[in-house]
Design a protein around this ligand. Structure first.
Ligand SMILES: [Zn+2]
Length: 285
């Protein structure tokens, strides 16, 4: 059970919020610059919370808005931070650290184990798993989902939005030639009962999926994204949508790029638009 799920007791709600004194020294050393901050508990065990901001100082100071946060702050014995050159570096590092360290108070534990997508097999969408194929290079994958259930739910929603037939999608068993229930209430355009042709349905399904298409990794190998601010320049090394770390020099970046990298959903979500539109300068490694 995660602590934030518990309702605060009345006595906890009554506690007036004040930044714990023992953390104030750490706050003074916190720069008003981008990076990742980490709240630690006694004895340097696993961190309590990891967050990111383009302004570490003001973000860390704002961590006092509700009883859960106040409780986390009381447990914290110190705060550390890692500077980054900008927002992208902060997002990448935050996702990497949360995945590695799974802090107690971070709500989203990001796991790739169940990661799946939709793919058409003989015209029918099927759920495929990242553990069985390389999502960075497999063509014609649609959507990224944390579980098979989530993928099927998304497919149902797609069917609702585009009046597709659950029978034709393989989500429902139908006797041949019989209209499905949704066709009777006009929520399926009726490929099941001949009101549209299978080719028309297939075309509409393809168009509906297109908006969810996963971009394959567009480079032959690893790249570095150059991000800079007044006092820091970083090369964020990425391969197959997987963040491998940040360096300050090219030789260091090339060293990081030697690590094998498989598809990573966090990296994909953070970087897809960034990389495809080349918002930051890119160096191929
Ligand atoms: Zn139908």
């Amino acid at each position: 059970m995660r602590p934030h799920a518990r309702r605060p007791s009345e006595s906890e709600q009554a506690i007036p919020y004040a930044y714990p004194e023992h953390l104030c020294t750490a706050l003074q050393g916190m720069p008003a610059a981008p990076g990742v901050y980490i709240f630690h508990a006694q004895g340097d065990s696993l961190p309590l919370y990891i967050g990111k901001s383009v302004n570490l100082r003001s973000r860390v100071l704002s961590h006092l808005r509700n009883p859960q946060e106040a409780r986390m702050l009381r447990q914290a014995t110190h705060i550390s931070h890692i500077r980054t050159a900008g927002e992208i570096g902060a997002l990448l590092l935050e996702a990497q650290l949360i995945k590695q360290q799974q802090p107690l108070y971070n709500q989203k534990l990001r796991r790739n184990r169940q990661l799946c997508a939709l793919q058409l097999h003989d015209g029918k969408p099927e759920v495929v798993h990242a553990r069985d194929m390389d999502f960075a290079s497999a063509p014609d994958l649609y959507g990224l989902y944390s579980s098979r259930t989530a993928a099927l739910q998304a497919l149902h929603e797609l069917a609702d939005a585009h009046a597709l037939c659950l029978g034709a999608l393989g989500l429902e068993k139908l006797p041949a030639g019989r209209a499905c229930f949704r066709a009777m209430i006009k929520r399926c355009h009726g490929v099941c009962c001949g009101r549209e042709t299978p080719a028309e349905h297939a075309q509409r399904l393809q168009a509906a999926l297109e908006g969810l298409r996963i971009a394959t990794w567009p480079y032959a190998g690893a790249i570095a994204l150059k991000e800079r601010c007044d006092d820091l320049q970083q090369l964020h090394v990425v391969h197959n949508w997987c963040y491998l770390g940040s360096a300050t020099t090219l030789p260091q970046a090339r060293k990081l790029a030697k690590v094998a990298a498989g598809f990573d959903a966090d990296g994909y979500k953070i970087l897809c638009r960034q990389i495809l539109t080349e918002q930051l300068p890119i160096v191929q490694l």
